[in-house]
Design a protein around this ligand. Sequence first.
Ligand code: ARG
Ligand code: ZN
Length: 481
Amino acid sequence: MTPSRRQPARSRITVLRHKAVLATVPVAVAALIGAAGPTATGATGTEGAAGAAGAGDPYFPLSGNGGYHVRHYDLTLGYDTSSRHLDGRAALTARATQNLSRFDLDLTGLKVTGVTVDRAPAAFRRKGQELVVTPRHTLRAGRDFSVTVTYSGTPKPVTDPDGSADGWIPTDDGAFVAGEPQGAMTWFPANAHPKDKSSYDITITVPQGRTAVAGGVLLGQHTAHGHTAFHWRETQPMAAYLATATVGKFQIEQYTTRDGIRVYNAVDPREAPAAAPVLKELPSVLEWESRLFGPYPFRSAGSIVDHAPDIGYALETQTRPLYDSAPDISTLVHENAHQWFGDSVTLTAWKDIWLNEGFATYAEWLYAEQHGGDSAQKTFAALYARPASDPLWAYPPGDPGSGGNIFGPPVYARGAMTLHELRKAVGDRDFFRVLRAWATGNRGGHGTTAQFERLAERISGKRLDGLFRTWLFTKGKPNSA
Ligand code: ARG
Ligand code: ZN
C-alpha cells in the first residue's frame, strides 16, 4: 500500500497573514481598459476570438487556458522568508494556436501590477483564478508573442477537492512549493494544465543563508547585500504542476553520476540523519529504473528534503522530487519513477492519473521484488484479499470520477494492481517491453490511457480490452485472472 505520508492531509491550511498592497494608478487604468468584451477586436481591425478560460479538463475546468502554448517561462522571484512576501516577474514566450483577441493565464491571490504583450502595456483584469489579458492587437495564429506579468503579495496555497493543500506553502524557514494538481497558479501566472509543457528559467532571491531550489541545473548563485539569488534552468518540457521554487535552510550536496546526470540534493538539517542513507541510494535507484524503463529522461536529478511533515505528501517535481520529510526507499523509488511516468510522459487529463500513480506505485513493488523484499505477486495478493467493502474498491482507477479522488487508494494501489494483471496476462518479457516502449516512445510528451492499452495490445499481440475494462473502468472489486 501507499505509505500514509503520501496520502493527502485533510483540512489543514496554514493561516497566512495578508499583506496590504497598494493598488497603483496603472492597475486601475488597465483594469478599465480590460473591460473589453469577448468579441473585442485588436486595433489593427483583425478579427480574433478570446482564448478559452480552461483547457477543457472536467475535473479542473479552469486549469490551463485555450488559444496558446507557452514555450518558455522566465520567472524572477524574490521571497522574504520573514514577511512571507513574494515579488514576481514572469516573462513568457508563447505561441498563439488561434487568432487571439484576448487570453487568460491562471493566477490566484497576489496583486498584478502590470502586464505587457509584445512589450506594449496590455489591459488585464482578474476573474477568480483567471488573469484575463487583452493585448492591443490581435495575436495571429501560429505566431510567437511575449507576455510579462509583474506581481507581488503573500502567496496562499489552494485547497484541493480532497482537502489537501498545494501551491506555495509557507514553512518555518521558507516555503514548500508543490503544484499538483492546481497550485502553480499560487506563485506564477501560467497555462497550468499538464497538456501544456514548457522550458523554464527560474531565478529566486532569498535572504542570505536560505537556499531556493528549483528543477533542472543551477546556472549560478550570487550573494550581495544580504541576499542570494539562485538561477535554475530546466530546458526539457515541464508541466507547470512540476515546477518548484522551494525555499529553506538546506544542506547541499552536488555530484555527477556515472551516466553523466547532475545531482543536486537539498536537505533540511533536521531531516539529514534520516535522509542520508536513503539519498545515498539515488544513483543506484536511477540506474535500476533506467534499466527497466529506458534511459533517464532528464539531464539533472536530485532531491529536496524539507521539514514540513504536516503537508502529508511528496511530489515528483521535475528532475528533483520534493519530500515533506526524509523519504524511505520506497518513496524515493516512487517519486523518481514519476520522472518517467508523469514528468516525461505526461497526462492530457487528470482522469488518467493512474498512468502516474499506478505506475510509480508498481515501481515500488518491482523494486521490493528485485531487492530482497516481497514479490509483486505477494503485494498484489495482500491487497486483493481486502473485502469488497474496503476503500480500495471505492471507485475504478481509470475513472476516479472527480478531482477529489485522484490521489486515493484505488488510483495508487488498484492502478498498480492493473499493471500486475497486465504482467500476468502478457508475461514478463512483453510486460517490461511495454513499460519501456511507453516511456521511450512518448518521452518528453504526453500519453493517454487509450494509447497505453493500444501499445500493450500491439506489443503482446493479445486482446486486452476485457482486462482494462475490468481493472480500470468497472466499479467494485474485480475478479482476478
Ligand atoms: N503525485 C504525488 C505523489 O505521488 C502526490 C501529490 C498529492 N498532492 C496533493 N495535493 N494531495 O507522490
Ligand atoms: Zn506518486
